[in-house]
Design a binder for this molecule. Structure first.
Ligand SMILES: [Zn+2]
Length: 186
């Protein structure tokens, strides 16, 4: 008989059950998948109630997700033609729920394409036409004090033939990542 352990989903708070020897979990309630840094049977009860996955896999925008203590939500995304360029726009928001200042950098967000190339967001001074009034640039670096929110847009300029594999956010030491499997809608 396999021993089942009860866990709390770090995204939606649902109770989950999984075997002790696994490092992968799927939450059927919110749809997110997790890769844990150790087997569930090696964790203590507090660690099972406050899972801090090495990788969080998500394909649904609009969920607050905790990555190494950073609370972040992907609000919206779209792939648009802007002149000769193909651009992935993402709107993201942070809230600092910790009691320490939190440093944000725009290069924590990276797009992977299916051939393995990566793309960083472009800045407003090099691509001012992409950050108009309704898409305010998130900024290169910001410091969020406890309780503060930060919201804005990032634009990734991609080759016209590229296929997006995922959008990745990384934070913390040791590094934790969030992978959005976003599908190209155009
Ligand atoms: Zn969940």
């Amino acid at each position: 008989m396999p021993v089942l352990f009860s866990l709390i989903c770090p995204t939606c708070g649902a109770s989950l059950q999984a075997g002790g020897t696994t490092r992968d979990i799927l939450c059927e309630h919110c749809g997110n998948k997790y890769l844990l840094d150790q087997k569930i049977e090696q964790m203590n009860e507090t660690e099972r109630e406050h899972l801090s996955p090495t990788v969080t896999y998500s394909n649904k925008p609009g969920q607050w997700i905790k990555v190494a203590g950073v609370d972040v939500v992907l609000r919206k995304f779209s792939v648009e033609k802007a002149g000769k360029e193909r651009v992935l726009f993402i709107e993201i928001e942070y809230e600092n729920k910790t009691s320490d200042p939190l440093k944000y950098r725009h290069d924590q967000w990276i797009v992977y394409d299916k051939t393995g190339y990566t793309y960083e967001a472009v800045k407003d001074f090099s691509h001012p036409h992409l950050y108009k009034k309704e898409k305010i640039y998130l900024g290169m670096t910001r410091v969020l004090n406890p309780g503060m929110r930060l919201r804005g847009w990032l634009a990734f300029v991609l080759p016209s033939e590229s296929d997006i594999e995922c959008l990745q956010f990384s934070a913390g030491t040791p590094l934790k990542t969030l992978e959005f499997r976003i599908t190209d809608q155009q």
